[in-house]
Write a protein that binds this ligand. Structure first.
Ligand code: PAF
Length: 280
């Protein structure tokens, strides 16, 4: 497995792979890899001949005051996992490589970046699109895999790729789940055993909404979700967005097509998120 830290080395390695006739799949990450990332790697491998993983903790997507320095890192472990998975190349630039002195170019999906999660994390999606545009420009992948757990991020990236006519396909990878349906997250281990058992209520609420969707209005779906969540005394519904799956536009009244439901639920100070696309 090649490890490239400079843009020139990365471009040379990609050119070598292309010269061997290989297509390139990419998985952009911020490191500290877990099973969800490895699922993205497996998906990229299923869609391309060689896979490039980038590890870059992107400062521009962290809000003011967010502790960038405290972001967990474990380079040795990440590289061992990627090597074992058969990844062809890892691109690990430093901040000065990605953001030049005097840097002033940003990429932003002006509407989608500033709604839903973008309202509580101003500038976050602008940072994500800016870094992904640069990474795609350096690695030039044919496909790139992103986890659907961050549903808005996938839609924002798809919009950017379409708008900028980037010649690559974005593949959304379904959320990995525990056997009981709870979306995998590093936060799950912080739940008390009682809350861990109760946390299945997120996926159950989404499942109930999917069953109701063919005949339901948005108001009905809101009621199904909040009734299901409130069946667990320790669960508190913090966020519920029901939007058009592709555009993220709000919906009033009845569902008109694929609809994304995004929920966040707190158990004490632990916030869990989940999402599902339902069809009327
Ligand atoms: O999802 C992430 O880990 C990051 O937002 C990404 C896509 C690697 C961009 O920094």
């Amino acid at each position: 497995m090649l490890i490239c830290r400079s843009i020139a080395d990365c471009r040379a390695a990609v050119a070598d792979l292309r010269a061997q006739g290989q297509t390139i799949g990419m998985v952009p990450t911020m490191g500290f890899l877990h099973a969800g990332h490895m699922q993205l790697v497996a998906t990229a491998q299923a869609n391309a001949d060689a896979v490039v993983v980038s590890i870059f903790v992107n400062p521009t997507q962290f809000g003011e005051g967010a502790d960038l320095a405290a972001y967990p890192r474990d380079e040795a472990r990440d590289l061992a996992m990627l090597k074992a998975a058969g990844v062809a190349m890892v691109f690990m630039p430093d901040v000065d490589t990605m953001y030049l002195d005097g840097d002033e170019t940003i990429v932003e999906t002006t509407r989608m970046a500033n709604m839903l999660h973008g309202l509580v994390r101003p500038g976050h999606f602008r940072g994500v699109t800016t870094v992904c545009a640069r990474l795609f420009n350096i690695v030039t992948p044919d496909i790139a895999a992103f986890g659907e757990k961050d549903y808005q991020q996938v839609q924002v990236i798809k919009r950017m790729v379409a708008d900028l006519h980037m010649p690559l396909k974005i593949v959304g990878v379904p959320t990995m789940r525990e056997p009981d349906g709870l979306a995998m997250s590093s936060r799950n281990v912080r739940l008390t055993p009682k809350d861990r058992a109760a946390a299945v209520v997120l996926s159950r609420a989404l499942q109930n909404a999917a069953i109701a969707a063919p005949t339901a209005t948005v108001a009905d779906l809101r009621k199904v979700i909040s009734d299901t969540i409130s069946s667990e005394p320790n669960a508190s519904l913090q966020g519920l967005d029901i939007v058009e799956a592709e555009t993220l536009n709000n919906i009033d009244g009845g569902l008109t097509g694929p609809t994304a439901i995004m929920i966040s639920v707190a158990f004490g100070d632990i916030l869990l998120i989940d999402q599902k696309v339902v069809t009327p």
